[in-house]
Design a protein around this ligand. Structure first.
Ligand SMILES: O=C1O[C@H](COP(=O)(O)O)[C@@H](O)[C@H](O)[C@H]1O
Length: 233
């Protein structure tokens, strides 16, 4: 595992934007296209803004979501709205976006439509950007969630519908869709972003032995020993 502590959130955003842009550029040169999967939340906002200013053949770059709350774009908590607002601007205005939400009543009922959209992303992601919640979730792999078994499938299934326990701390939205462990873990490069001392201690806890269901971020830590873990105060 590569652990990088940055001096500030701005440093983390700028340096990581350079690194991600280099990886996308290489994929564009080699294959004529590049794809990344991006998390929502709040931590990666600076990264996406910094990335949007990089000079790339954005029309041939796909930005898909790592996970989504089952809310329409424009509603509070929509990862689609967050990623598009932060990334789809400046030089990256033409980036091709692939989201998960549809007007199906539940994520389970929306799975087939989302899978069809994700089918248009050929091959593995060049880059996956993950975040981590204070409960040790990453993507929408929430501790002991309904659907966690499928979400942690390491085989060919790409997307899963998840019903999380309502968090007493954050009051998080229950209905989610997420990339599976299999889809994330086959990416060429995966970075896990976190900020603040609280998340650092959550991460230290996740490194200890213990059930994946208690802290699902363990699944990717254990599966990808080359994970890049980026932290800023
Ligand atoms: O629920 C979510 O939370 C995580 C972490 O979010 P943050 O606000 O603490 O950065 C995020 O990675 C995930 O995409 C999101 O759906």
């Amino acid at each position: 595992m590569k652990r990088i502590d940055f001096a500030s959130r701005d440093d983390m955003a700028e340096q990581l934007a350079g690194d991600v842009a280099d990886r996308l550029r290489r994929a564009l040169e080699e294959r004529g296209g590049a794809a990344m999967a991006l998390s929502g939340g709040s931590t990666p906002a600076g990264l996406y803004e910094a990335l949007s200013k990089r000079d790339l053949d954005w029309a041939n770059v796909t930005a898909a979501l790592v996970d989504e709350r089952w809310v329409a774009p424009g509603e509070e908590g929509s990862n689609e709205s967050f990623v598009c607002a932060k990334l789809q601007q400046n030089r990256a205005a033409d980036v091709r976006f692939v989201g998960m939400w549809s007007d199906a009543p539940t994520p389970a009922e929306g799975l087939a439509a989302a899978e069809a959209r994700y089918e248009t992303v050929k091959g593995s992601f060049d880059v996956v950007v993950l975040g981590m919640g204070p409960d040790g979730h990453t993507a929408s792999w929430f501790p002991h969630a309904q659907g966690l078994g499928r979400a942690l499938d390491a085989g060919g299934v790409r997307l899963a519908a998840v019903k999380a326990q309502k968090s007493a701390v954050t009051g998080e939205h229950l209905d989610r869709m997420t990339l599976t462990l299999g889809a994330v873990s086959e990416a060429h490069y995966i970075c896990l972003l976190m900020t603040g001392v609280e998340k650092r201690s959550v991460f230290e806890q996740a490194l200890k032995a213990g059930p994946v269901e208690d802290m699902p971020v363990r699944a990717i830590i254990r599966m990808r020993p080359d994970l890049s873990v980026c932290w800023a105060p």
